[in-house]
Design a binder for this molecule. Structure first.
Ligand code: FES
Length: 166
């Protein structure tokens, strides 16, 4: 093999290698985007599904009570469980289910948890407070209400859907 031929083949080898690695990386980045563009249903599901949270409508009162439940998150290849919670109460015919995630920086709020502020959701992180219906209280860090779940009642049981910003 001549010296010139040897140099060319080394260059070709590098070209093939870099092209191959670059192509592999590009495919790795593009394939999830292409997959989601072709089939949005492949995105994590659970968002629009309603899930029984194990409490009957007749167990609800005007006092918010916390329910904990698991949501199954499915993507094309992987299924996992995510635990979620809601503060839920009934006023007249209306069932209200609120996300416990503080809209300031994401800590978890608790109902009636601070004796100085009875009848509020209280966030222990920075003293954020919300009214019973989730409205943020002026003068505390959160600047918007707690998110609210879609609610359905099926055969007397409460089902929750996705959360919505207000
Ligand atoms: S995270 Fe709740 S007040 Fe800051």
């Amino acid at each position: 093999m001549s010296e010139k031929k040897h140099r060319v083949s080394r260059r070709q080898f590098l070209t093939y290698t870099l092209t191959g690695v670059g192509g592999f990386m590009a495919a790795g980045m593009l394939s999830p985007m292409v997959r989601m563009a072709l089939d949005p249903a492949l995105e994590a599901s659970g968002g629009s599904d309603f899930i029984s949270v194990g409490i009957g409508e007749d167990e609800l009162t005007g006092e918010p009570q916390r329910v904990d439940f698991n949501v199954e998150i499915v993507d094309a290849w992987h299924t996992s469980e995510q635990s979620q919670s809601a503060w839920i109460y009934k006023e007249g015919d209306e069932i209200v289910a609120l996300s416990p995630t503080c809209t300031h920086l994401g800590c978890t709020v608790n109902w009636d948890a601070n004796e100085d502020y009875p009848g509020n959701y209280f966030c222990p992180c920075h003293g954020g407070r919300f009214e019973k219906d989730g409205t943020n209280i002026a003068g505390t860090p959160p600047t918007r209400p707690l998110d609210i779940y879609d609610v359905e009642v099926r055969d007397g049981m409460v089902y929750l859907g996705q959360t919505n910003e207000r």
